[in-house]
Design a protein around this ligand. Structure first.
Ligand code: MG
Length: 355
């Protein structure tokens, strides 16, 4: 039996993205797993949760008891399973899957079902004045992207003009999906989306048009708008996903490891989606390669994930992690090394934050 001997954290900031790298050490000399929790600038809070709450719970546990360990972390009575806790759980959970893969000499995506070894991501166009967004979109096309995720929602009256500018810049063959980040109300969403379609802007789908808690509003948009709807901020847990699927509140769900607490819980959302025949997107936060790599493992394992929004690493100008998936602009190839295939930091490329 291989047990957890210790859990350590390293705070790093490649290009200003604060990350909390989690290292789970085991009773087997030299065998450890790496994961990463990230929450914008609150990495120190995530670190506290890992070190003060999760570490004492997990030392001495068998690394193979991954479901029991996840339940233990999740049901800890101290918290409400908010974003910080889920980031911390996600970091530990990733490291455990990395360990499990190494223990059984298999890449994680193969252990989870192994559907494919390559996926293709979109790239995000940030919300800005229309002409600036058109310029960013042209640059993305020159880099080889054929699917853009366009952020909208700041000053909604400009959103149709934003999309019109982007569509004109990229031509008709590029896929455009939009993310409103909860900015609209339901009726406004239907009006804006219909205007976009009437102008022939050909939107693939809209992500989170209304506030996360407004499931009735999202259901209204899903029923009345001419554009399919993807739920993002409304889906943190398998229960959230099930509620959305049961009520038809959205057409797809966005799975993010940091939201739901790692691969173990993301698998449950993916299973719910498989059961309902609902497609999923895999997404990431402001993350670098070490955690996006884990999302790649999941996406490559699950065919129900038909849309990929894992542009975190290509938005970083430098790669600070050795090993793992290869991110070559839109093309992502999963690692065939055991576990997650992450080998550590590129020397000299990482700023370690003061702990
Ligand atoms: Mg989103």
């Amino acid at each position: 039996m291989v047990t957890i001997r210790d859990i350590k954290t390293i705070c790093t900031a490649p290009e200003g993205i604060n990350l909390l790298v989690v290292k789970v050490e085991t009773s087997e000399p030299g065998l450890y797993g790496l994961g990463c929790g990230t929450f914008a600038y609150r990495h120190l809070a995530v670190k506290l949760v890992v070190e003060e709450y999760l570490r004492p719970l997990l030392i001495g546990r068998d690394v193979s008891d991954i479901n029991d360990i996840w339940q233990l972390m999740h049901q800890n009575g101290y918290w409400r399973n908010g974003p910080i806790e889920n980031n911390a759980i996600s970091g530990v959970d990733m490291a455990l899957w990395d360990l499990l893969g190494q223990k059984y000499s298999a890449p994680v995506y193969r252990m989870l079902g192994g559907a494919r070894s390559n996926i293709v991501t979109d790239i995000t166009i940030s919300v800005n004045p229309p002409e600036e967004m058109a310029r960013d979109a042209r640059t993305a096309i020159q880099r080889g992207y054929d699917c853009l995720k366009v952020k909208v929602g700041i000053d909604p009256e400009l959103d149709v003009a934003r999309l019109a500018a982007v569509r004109e810049a990229v031509g008709k063959d590029v896929k455009l999906r939009i993310d409103a980040n909860q900015a609209w109300n339901a009726k406004q969403a239907v009006r804006i989306l219909d205007q976009m379609q009437e102008k022939g802007l050909d939107i693939e789908f809209v992500e989170q048009p209304v506030p996360a808690a407004d499931l009735e509003g999202m259901q209204y948009v899903t029923r009345h708008a001419s554009v399919p709807v993807l739920a993002d901020e409304s889906v943190f847990s398998p229960a959230d996903a099930l509620r959305i699927m049961q009520t038809g509140a959205a057409d797809f769900v966005n799975i993010k490891l940091m939201k739901c607490g790692g691969i173990t819980n993301a698998l449950r959302i993916a299973s719910a989606a498989e059961g309902y025949g609902v497609e999923g997107m895999i997404g990431c936060m402001l993350e670098a390669k070490i955690s996006v790599n884990a999302a790649v493992e999941l996406a490559c394992a699950k065919k129900i994930i038909t849309k990929v929004d894992l542009d975190g690493p290509v938005l970083c100008s430098e790669d600070h992690i050795l090993g793992g998936a290869v991110f070559d602009e839109k093309n992502i190839t999963v690692s065939d090394a055991p576990g997650m295939g992450i080998q550590g930091f590129v020397p000299g490329k990482v700023t370690h934050l003061d702990d």
